[in-house]
Design a binder for this molecule. Structure first.
Ligand SMILES: C[S@@+](CC[C@H](N)C(=O)[O-])C[C@H]1O[C@@H](n2cnc3c(N)ncnc32)[C@H](O)[C@@H]1O
Length: 163
């Protein structure tokens, strides 16, 4: 198995209303319609052609402000520890964040989006369209979260995963 270092170059920056982890939504569905702008660097402009035809897109980004790594974490939505890979905790061995956001409009290299859970200034690594036929799984369950929609769970982050 290869243990090589892999280097990614950001393709842009995510501008969001959330300057600090504390109080930021733990997932986009809890963002209460928070809007932001995904700014893609000019050299990648041609790659955005037709992106605005999709209602939702995936953003993949560097969780650049996450703190100390632990392989077992107590996530925002539980009081019990879980393996970090069984959670969406922002401190992870490779700090890659994944969010589904709704596209409002694209103006050149600027994509206006809503339903953000990303901190302002986050380096953007990739964008992919959300395609219901590929991505929606009718039979999916929520693992240890069981029925999160039916429980009182945290909707905003605190500073446990940040320095
Ligand atoms: C629980 S994580 C989930 C992120 C993403 N939706 C995912 O599932 O990978 C969401 C929290 O990550 C934190 N966060 C967002 N952008 C970050 C960044 N660039 N660096 C560190 N933490 C960040 C915010 O505090 C936010 O509340």
């Amino acid at each position: 198995m290869s243990q090589e270092t892999i280097t990614y170059r950001p393709i842009g920056i995510i501008h969001s209303p959330f300057k600090e982890a504390k109080g930021s939504p733990i997932q986009g569905v809890f963002s209460r319609g928070a809007e932001g702008v995904v700014e893609v660097f000019e050299q990648f402009a041609d790659g955005l052609c037709d992106l605005e035809l999709f209602s939702h897109i995936y953003l993949l980004y560097d969780l650049h402000r996450a703190g100390r790594l632990s392989l077992t974490v107590v996530p925002f939505v539980d009081d019990q520890p879980h393996g970090v890979f069984a959670t969406r905790a922002p401190s992870r061995p490779n700090g890659i964040g994944l969010s589904i956001v709704r596209v409002l409009a694209r103006d050149g290299c600027q994509i206006r989006v809503v339903e953000l859970d990303v901190l302002d200034g986050t380096p953007l690594l990739d964008i992919k369209p959300y395609v219901p036929y590929f991505d929606h799984r009718q039979s999916a369950n929520s693992g240890w979260m069981k029925d999160p929609a039916g429980k009182q769970i945290a909707r905003e982050a605190d500073e446990r995963f940040h320095q």
